[in-house]
Each structure stands twice: as structure tokens, then as C-alpha cells.
Design a protein around this ligand. Structure first.
Ligand code: DC
Length: 232
């Protein structure tokens, strides 16, 4: 679909642990734009399916479940927004590795991807949107004015995930995270529908050994030059 977004979009895609969540949030905050964490939608659906005991094989029930999700993102309490599912706070639950793994498994199902499309596009509102995910630039916002593909070595991504989980007081085991990242990369990159890959016109940034401030500054400089934005 070659849609004409209601507002400018910066699409930031990349694998798990590439830093796209942190970078996207900071870029959105610097611009005063909206932010879409599309991975959170897959994670929320994963949690809802577990609670409703809907199997991954039951694509039709998953589609119905996705259509009925009542999701709210509350403005950042600390670094990340609070997530409510049907009025219940699920912020911690959706961030677990178990939920991420199930989200990645559900994300291979074409009906699931289709059922979340309009919801993702509804986040595009003035003055603009920074969209974080796997297929923001390739499928959801193909007309995005700036497309970034962030990546980093698997070792560094596992270490970042480890640090994030520890900071949140969640369980973390580095060798297990490295194995999970490899499995998640393989599943996300090799699925038939909307696989994880840079859009043809994406700027690929390898953030291995680069601190987050530097990456944010690079993305903001590109937003200035390509979208004609004033970012201070
Ligand atoms: O970014 P994340 O780790 O929160 O995403 C969890 C899973 O959701 C990821 O492994 C694959 C899936 N996902 C996707 O398929 N497409 C997106 N745009 C975002 C996430």
C-alpha cells in the first residue's frame, strides 16, 4: 500500500538489542513527535494470547484477539512509557524475554501482521511520528521521509539486553540471551512475510561501540537535512 501519511515519519528498524528503542524515544522527544513502539504491540498480543490460552496455530482467533485489544501507552514515567492492556498495567510483563520470544513466534503469522497494520498506522499524527520496529520502513510506512536501520554485533546486543533487564530488576543470563538473540534474529529475518531487512533507501548505522548520544545526534542531523527540520 502506498499510503500518504498524515504527518512526517522517521522509521527506525533493526534487530533485537540494536538500541532502536532508546534512540527512537530520544529522537521523538527531541523533535516533540509521537512515538510508536511496534514491538510492544506484538508483545501485548503475545501476552493477551497467553492469558486467553489462544494457541499460535489458531490464526483466526489471534486475529480476533488482536482486533479487540484495548491498549494505552501512558507518557513516560521514567525512561519508558507505561503500557495498559484492557486497563491493567502490563509494562513489566510485556518486557520479559518470554513475552519477546512468543511475540517473535506470533510475528511470523501473516494474519497477525495484517491485524496490527491499521493500529500501527493510526499512531501517525501531526506533528510527526518516530516508528520503531522491524518493518516500519519496508511495510508499515513505506513513504517515511527518513528510514534508518540500526544494528550492532550480536555480542553487544546481548550485553545491552542484559543491562536493560538488570536495570529493571528482571532475571538475565548472558549466554542464554546470546542464544535467544541468534534464534530471534533467524526467525525475524527468515519469515516469509515482512522479514527484518533494511528498506532499499534506508541508512544503515552499525552502533557497535558507539554510545547512544552519538547515534541520536546522527539521526537528528539526518532529520534536519532530509526532512528540513529544525532540531536545535
Ligand atoms: O522489538 P521487540 O523486541 O519488542 O519485538 C518483539 C518481537 O516482535 C520481535 O522479535 C519480532 C516482532 N516484531 C515484528 O515482527 N515487527 C515489528 N515491527 C516489531 C516487532
Amino acid at each position: 500500500m502506498n499510503q500518504h501519511p498524515a504527518a512526517p515519519v522517521i522509521a527506525i528498524d533493526g534487530p533485537s538489542g540494536s538500541g532502536k528503542g532508546t534512540v527512537s524515544r530520544r529522537v521523538a522527544a527531541a523533535l516533540g513527535w509521537h512515538f510508536l513502539d511496534s514491538g510492544a504491540l506484538y508483545r501485548i498480543l503475545a501476552l493477551a494470547s497467553k492469558q486467553a490460552q489462544v494457541e499460535a496455530a489458531d490464526a483466526e482467533r489471534l486475529r480476533t484477539l488482536a482486533a479487540g485489544l484495548r491498549i494505552e501507552f501512558k507518557p513516560p514515567v521514567a525512561a519508558e512509557e507505561q503500557i495498559l492492556l484492557n486497563g491493567r498495567d502490563v509494562t513489566q510483563a510485556v518486557r520479559s524475554e518470554e513475552c519477546g520470544k512468543l511475540a517473535s513466534e506470533l510475528a511470523v503469522i501473516p494474519q497477525v501482521r495484517e491485524s496490527l497494520k491499521n493500529l500501527q498506522r493510526s499512531f501517525c499524527r501531526a506533528p510527526g511520528l518516530v516508528a520503531d520496529g522491524r518493518d516500519m520502513g519496508t511495510v508499515i510506512f513505506p513513504d517515511a521521509g527518513l528510514k534508518i536501520y540500526l544494528t550492532a554485533s550480536p555480542g553487544e546486543r546481548a550485553q545491552r539486553r542484559y543491562n536493560q533487564l538488570k536495570e529493571k530488576g528482571l532475571n538475565a543470563n548472558l549466554p542464554a540471551l546470546l542464544r535467544d538473540i541468534a534464534a530471534r534474529d533467524a526467525r525475524d529475518q527468515n519469515r516469509a512475510v515482512s522479514p527484518l531487512k533494511p528498506a532499499a533507501e534506508a541508512v544503515v548505522l552499525d552502533t557497535t561501540g558507539t554510545d547512544v548520544e552519538q547515534v541520536v545526534a546522527t539521526v537528528l542531523a539526518m532529520a534536519r537535512s532530509r526532512l528540513g527540520l529544525k532540531t536545535g
